[in-house]
Design a protein around this ligand. Structure first.
Ligand code: NAD
Length: 359
């Protein structure tokens, strides 16, 4: 089989980590007999520098023609003073909207070898954590009506949280389907005690649950969910929630794993085309120094194989190779602890490829 993958390295450490992810995909390709056509395009600050637009039209068109998109990271101090819609991050929002990606999947996994990296106590982490946060990505407060107006007391501003039944149904289905492939449990997080949009969210999720009788559903208020994530994270399998709650809870879930350099993500829409990117940013403080942890990007490539190409065995192979390299004690600086063997970005990538190739 032949697959077309658009690679958007972006800024800062983006190019360094995506290079390793692409090399890993090539190794998987030779091992399993898949062919990947990689096509590199611009996004973010480098696209602003080259053509004045964080998401040039030809980048979006190339992505639309691909089987999947692999992204590094965007942003940096150089572009921080530009107006909001001209900043590198605007490219991210636009590419998600342009590709119709409405679900963001973020696994938060604590690997046995990295248990010490979690800021939580050992007894809380227990035998490990494996949570999937499914966040609605194109609705809610971030896209609702917003504005400013004058009052007698001065200027005021508002943002609106809006969700339609159709928007909630489709994200709920993604969550239930993800749970079917995992431990069959969905926690739907809302603020139904206060917000009308949350009450609709809850009703719709409850209705969709009827289509997945083998998946257990529970509902939780967002304030309680934020507490439960640090009190007893092992109770969660799949968490599904609205855009803003998901933005906050997925960062919290990431934090309990202990390293941002380990966390992949997938953004999915209606078809199989998806966008895969590490959770971390462009890390300008370590860019160009061969210090970045490429594992988040490599695991993102693994998610790409699983969710866009349906190559589950190859995806699992990547996860296992990462775990095996960690078990051998190799670490990039961000996840190093006493006694670990510290390696750079390139060396970590090579170790994972060698593990995959059985070297
Ligand atoms: P960041 O994730 O880039 O960095 C936070 C800290 O984590 C830094 O100390 C960094 O060195 C470290 N870090 C991040 N990724 C790492 C990796 N793979 N290996 C080792 N260490 C790693 O977040 P920030 O500093 O808040 O933002 C930097 C820039 O990235 C900003 O311009 C921001 O807007 C942008 N950003 C982009 C994205 C994205 O592209 N999706 C996400 C977040 C931030």
């Amino acid at each position: 089989m032949r697959y077309r993958i658009t690679v958007l390295p972006g800024d800062g450490i983006g190019p360094e980590v995506t290079e390793q992810a692409v090399e890993v995909l090539k190794t998987v390709g030779s091992k399993y007999g898949y062919e990947f056509d990689f096509n590199e395009e611009l996004i973010g600050g480098c696209a602003i520098d080259a053509c004045g637009d964080p998401l040039p039209e030809n980048t979006l068109q190339a992505c639309k023609k691909s089987d999947a998109v692999l992204l590094g990271a965007v942003g940096g101090a150089k572009w921080d003073l530009l107006p909001g819609d001209k900043r590198p991050e605007a490219g991210l929002l636009r590419i998600r909207a342009g590709l119709g990606l409405y679900a963001n999947l973020r696994p938060a996994v604590i690997y046995p070898a990295l248990q010490d990296a979690s800021p939580l106590k050992k007894e809380v982490v227990g035998t490990g954590i494996d949570i999937m946060v499914v966040r609605e990505l194109t609705g809610g407060m971030y896209f609702g009506k917003k504005g400013r107006f004058q009052t007698e007391a001065g200027e005021a501003a508002f943002d609106t949280e809006t969700y339609s039944t159709a928007e909630v149904e489709r994200i709920a289905r993604i969550a239930f389907e993800a749970a079917q492939k995992r431990r069959s449990k969905v926690t739907s997080v809302d603020k139904a005690n206060v917000l009308e949009s949350s009450r609709l969210w809850r009703e719709v999720v409850q209705k969709v649950a009827g289509e997945y009788p083998e998946v257990e559903l529970n509902h939780m208020y967002v304030d309680n969910a934020a507490m439960q994530l640090v009190r007893n994270p092992a109770q969660f399998d799949v968490i599904v929630t609205a855009n803003m709650f998901g933005d906050i809870l997925s960062d919290e879930a990431s934090m309990i794993t202990g390293s941002i350099g380990m966390l992949p993500s997938a953004s999915l829409g209606k078809g199989t085309l998806g966008l895969y990117e590490p959770v971390h940013g462009s890390a300008p403080d370590i860019a160009g120094q061969d210090k970045a942890n490429p594992i988040a990007a490599i695991l993102s490539a693994g998610m790409l194989l699983k969710y866009s190409l349906g190559l589950d065995a190859a995806a699992k192979d990547i996860e296992n190779a990462v775990e095996a390299v960690l078990d051998k004690g190799y670490r990039t600086g961000d996840i190093a602890s006493e006694g670990s063997r510290i390696v750079g970005t390139k060396e970590m990538g090579k170790l994972i490829r060698d593990q995959l190739a059985g070297k």
